[in-house]
Design a protein around this ligand. Structure first.
Ligand SMILES: [Zn+2]
Length: 163
C-alpha cells in the first residue's frame, strides 16, 4: 500500500500520529511520528523533514492528485450587455459594428442577447473596437503547495485527499 506521507509504495505500513494527524506510513516515515512534535519551532534554515517528505510525495503523486493554482481569463457572464451598452454609448448600430469586426449581423445579434458565446477571435475584435474588457481573470483551485513555506500543513494535505 501507499505511504500516506511520502507516497512510496510500501509493503509494510504503520499507523502513527504525525502533527496530530493519524497516518499509515512506511517504516521510514514512521520515524517522524515522534520527531515532528519536537521539531515544532519556526521553519528556519534547512527544510523540515516533513516538508521534505511532502515534496517527495508531490513528485510521486499521480496527475489527478496534483492541485495547482491556475489563473486564466474567462469570458464575463454579462458579455452581451457589455457589448450592447458600449455599442449604444458610441451610437453604433448592430449592423455597423458587425461590419467593423467583419462578422455576420446574426452572429453579433446572438452574442448581444447571450445566445452565443463569442470565440476568442471575436472577443478580441469586440474589445478593441469598443474599448471594453470582456474577459476577467479567474483563479481556480487556490491551493498553495509551495514546500518550505508554512502555507500548507500535513493536515491540509490529508484534507485535500479526502475531498
Ligand atoms: Zn513514507
Amino acid at each position: 500500500m501507499l505511504c500516506e506521507l511520502c507516497g512510496k509504495d510500501s509493503t509494510f505500513c504503520k499507523k502513527v500520529t504525525i502533527e496530530g494527524v493519524q497516518l499509515e506510513v512506511c517504516a521510514e516515515c514512521a520515524k517522524f511520528g515522534i520527531e515532528a512534535k519536537k521539531a515544532a519551532p519556526k521553519e528556519v534554515g534547512p527544510k523540515p523533514v516533513i516538508a521534505q517528505r511532502l515534496e517527495v510525495r508531490e513528485k510521486r503523486a499521480r496527475p489527478k492528485d496534483v492541485l495547482e493554482a491556475t489563473e486564466r481569463e474567462e469570458l464575463v457572464e454579462d458579455y452581451g450587455a457589455r457589448i450592447r451598452d458600449a455599442r449604444a454609448q458610441r451610437g453604433v448600430t448592430q449592423k455597423d459594428l458587425a461590419m467593423k469586426i467583419n462578422e455576420r449581423l446574426t452572429v453579433l445579434s446572438k452574442i448581444e442577447t447571450g445566445d452565443m458565446r463569442p470565440d476568442d477571435k471575436i472577443v478580441a475584435k469586440l474589445e478593441k473596437e469598443l474599448g471594453i474588457k470582456l474577459k476577467e481573470k479567474v483563479t481556480e483551485t487556490q491551493v498553495t503547495r509551495t514546500v518550505g513555506t508554512s502555507s500548507m500543513t500535513l493536515a491540509d494535505l490529508i484534507r485535500m485527499q479526502k475531498d
